[in-house]
Design a binder for this molecule. Structure first.
Ligand SMILES: Nc1ncnc2c1ncn2[C@@H]1O[C@H](COP(=O)(O)OP(=O)(O)OP(=O)(O)O)[C@@H](O)[C@H]1O
Length: 344
């Protein structure tokens, strides 16, 4: 595992008596991308801003591998934290050319060295040919690539991306994600990104941190969190999930679509969580379930399946599936996509 470049411990921030950050711990590592995913108002931007030094904290410590950035009173100013930031709205200086925007944050080295560095960063985001243009001459995606080059130019230890791709759509957004990943990897910075978009978070991040009501409720690799969520609310952040409450007896919880084994002991009642991919669906004229509605989703079909007691769960099948709305079907749960959590 690579060296931590930034460690936040016990970050707490109160606003109007409400904890918008509640004892947040987070470690960022060199060359690794961490994404914070959470609903609106969860405190994601506040956390990013606190790390950048733009937000005071009530308590907690933020340290880089060499120094303490915040520890109650001890505070390193934002401009001295060696942290780069990219915002959703690009925030380029309109009166400066592209190269001057990138040069803006470069303070060390001779004029020629700084220019070489700025050009190298523009090269990295494939825009060196536009160095003398002004921001208004560039598309939104191009402006965001300049913002990324500007943030990475001073070789920050850490780069913070706040909904940096949200203003862009479709193909452009996908391209910018890849450009950003390559540029971040080339610089070896630790990246922390905030997004509402679960697919974007899973695509880009090595580590995901799920944030709800100011607390980080789960941290881990995207696949681990997708398959083994700690709660229904954590599971919902990463995509659709079927939920079923019931007693756990002999280590099993019975759902309308089959029994699920509890990985660890869950006392009393539990909640079964089943990803749509875990609903193994097949045509069976004698099956006790029915395909109620079918919607194409690119390579997959989303199928609403009615169970024996008229419960409706979501299943996924590949686009070649012969199943049609109204068909009798059979469901076999795939335990890989099923979890039981405490029903608290
Ligand atoms: N300047 C401010 N003054 C007062 N309250 C604020 C301020 N900025 C944010 N808040 C509140 O702090 C809480 C956390 O806000 P924050 O912007 O960090 O959430 P978020 O998870 O980034 O949300 P979003 O995804 O909508 O941007 C919210 O309840 C928000 O209303």
């Amino acid at each position: 595992m690579t060296t931590p470049t930034l460690r936040a411990t016990g970050l707490t921030k109160l606003r109007g008596g409400k904890k918008v950050l509640d004892n947040v711990d987070l470690t960022l590592r060199q060359g690794s991308v961490t994404a914070i995913l959470g609903p609106s108002g969860a405190g994601k931007s506040t956390l990013l801003r606190a790390i950048a030094g733009l937000e005071d904290l009530n308590s907690g410590t933020i340290e880089s591998d060499t120094r303490v950035l915040t520890d109650g009173a001890a505070l390193v100013l934002p401009e001295n934290r060696n942290i780069g930031m990219v915002f959703q709205d690009f925030s380029l200086f309109p009166h400066l050319s592209v190269i001057d925007n990138v040069l803006f944050g470069l303070r060390s080295g001779s004029v020629a060295e700084r220019r070489d560095r700025a050009l190298a960063m523009l090269e990295q985001v494939h825009l060196s040919a536009r160095a003398e243009d002004y921001p208004h001459m560039l598309s939104g995606g191009e402006q965001q690539r300049i913002a990324l080059a500007r943030a990475l130019a001073p070789a920050p230890d850490t780069i913070l991306l706040d909904e940096a791709f949200s203003g862009l759509d479709g193909k452009l957004r996908a391209e910018l994600r890849d450009t950003a990943l390559a540029a971040i990897a080339a610089q070896g910075a630790a990246a922390l990104m905030v997004t509402h978009d679960a697919e974007e978070a899973m695509y880009m991040a090595d580590t995901l941190a799920l944030m709800i009501d100011g607390r980080i409720v789960q941290t881990g690799a995207p696949a681990e969190l997708y398959l083994n969520p700690v709660s229904a609310s954590a599971a919902r952040l990463l995509g659709e999930i079927n939920e079923w409450d019931g007693p756990v007896e002999n280590g099993k919880l019975q759902t309308p679509f089959g029994a699920i084994e509890a990985a660890s002991s869950v006392p009393g009642r539990g909640k079964a969580l089943v990803r749509p991919e875990g609903m193994g669906i097949s045509l069976n004229p004698n099956g006790n379930c029915k395909a109620q509605e079918i919607h194409p989703l690119g390579a997959n079909l989303a199928i609403r399946v009615e169970g024996p007691g008229q419960e409706v769960w979501l299943a996924k099948a590949t686009i070649e599936s012969p199943i049609k709305a109204g068909d009798r079907v059979e469901i076999k749960l795939n335990p890989h996509f099923c979890t039981i959590v405490c029903n608290a």
